[in-house]
Design a protein around this ligand. Structure first.
Ligand SMILES: [Zn+2]
Ligand SMILES: [Zn+2]
Length: 327
């Protein structure tokens, strides 16, 4: 099968012919139809996340068709369409798994990081971490739901019942979260790179009431802020824009260092927290909610062989919506 392979951090992916993977008893063999490109893939390729298997097939926003099953793979049938997310395996016995927090599992393994992912024609995945996809979505359109959507949804959930939400960084996750938040009757302010007028117009088209640069003060203080850009300076900026008792949630897996800031912008019971990974419950909930909320995704497709170009465009910040690889 054709695959794009990372052999060392900091190197471009290499187009490689690999033997077809064989499903273990719990796994499905999946023909990849589409795989979205996540910012986490960039962090892996650039070496900011330091624990990948090597060589590695990246990609954890996979939509594909089941073509073969391991002998104990009791979920799904040959021909079913499934989505495969970042969370690829958990132990089921650690204190986190036993308390409904498998996203924090001590021994968790992640798709496209410790398990080969979807930048390929075929992949294998544990059937317990595969999900049915609503038929109203095409393969390409569904792919960004699998991480931008899922982790974005978990990030939004951590904002509790906040009504006025500020979203910092208006890329793939934000464009989905904004639609869910609007469906829930919340108000959205969008913060982009200063001067990024196309991104601000994109945010307004998805229901943001106000859009401006991340260096601007919003027209009214926020109930909660969600940060999707990997920029530590947004932490004090968003705290300063948030009301007493409000929450700032960082939705990314990696961020540049957070500059020091005066305690008074955290004081008055503002909260600051991060989101890590996802649980299977997040996936079930979000994948049911997305069609109900009428979530549509904006995508830019690339042939699998252009994976390096897709990563470069994501790094350059010129994409509106999500890059999706098609084998
Ligand atoms: Zn565990
Ligand atoms: Zn991701």
């Amino acid at each position: 099968m054709r695959a794009q392979v990372l052999t060392a951090a900091g190197r471009p992916l290499a187009a490689t012919e690999l033997p077809a993977p064989h499903p273990s008893p719990q796994q499905l063999l999946i023909a990849v139809r589409a795989c979205a490109v996540c910012r986490t893939d960039l962090h892996i390729v650039d070496g900011e996340l330091t624990d990948p298997k090597l060589p590695l097939v990246p990609g954890h926003e996979i939509i594909g068709t089941v073509v073969e099953k391991g002998e104990s793979a009791d979920r799904f049938r040959i021909g079913d369409r499934v989505g495969v997310p970042w969370l690829g395996w958990t132990c089921g016995i650690c204190e986190y798994c036993r308390s409904g927090r498998e996203n924090l599992c001590d021994r968790a393994r992640f798709t496209g990081y410790q398990i080969d992912g979807g930048y390929a024609e075929l992949t294998v995945a544990d059937r317990r971490y595969c999900f049915a996809i609503d038929p109203s979505y095409g393969d390409v359109e569904a792919a960004p739901l699998m991480c931008a959507g899922l982790i974005g949804y978990r990030t939004l959930r951590m904002a509790g019942d906040a009504r006025l939400i500020g979203i910092y960084g208006f890329g793939a996750a934000a464009h989905i979260v904004a639609q869910v938040a609007r469906h829930q009757g919340r108000r959205i302010f969008a913060f982009t790179r200063p001067g990024d007028l196309p991104a601000q117009a994109f945010a307004r088209s998805l229901g943001a009431e106000w859009a401006g640069g991340s260096d601007e003060a919003p027209p009214e203080p926020l109930d909660a802020a969600l940060i999707f850009a990997p920029v530590g300076a947004l932490v004090p900026a968003s705290l300063a824009a948030t009301k007493k008792g409000g929450t700032v949630v960082a939705g990314g897996i990696h961020m540049s260092d957070i500059p020091s800031f005066p305690y008074r912008i955290l004081w008055e019971e503002r909260g600051l927290r991060s989101v890590a990974n996802l649980t299977r419950r997040d996936a079930e909930e979000f994948l049911a909610l997305a069609p109900e909320a009428g979530v549509r995704t904006g995508t830019v497709t690339y042939p699998l062989d252009s994976a390096n170009q897709a990563l470069a465009d994501l790094r350059g910040g010129t994409l509106q919506g999500a890059a999706v690889l098609v084998p």
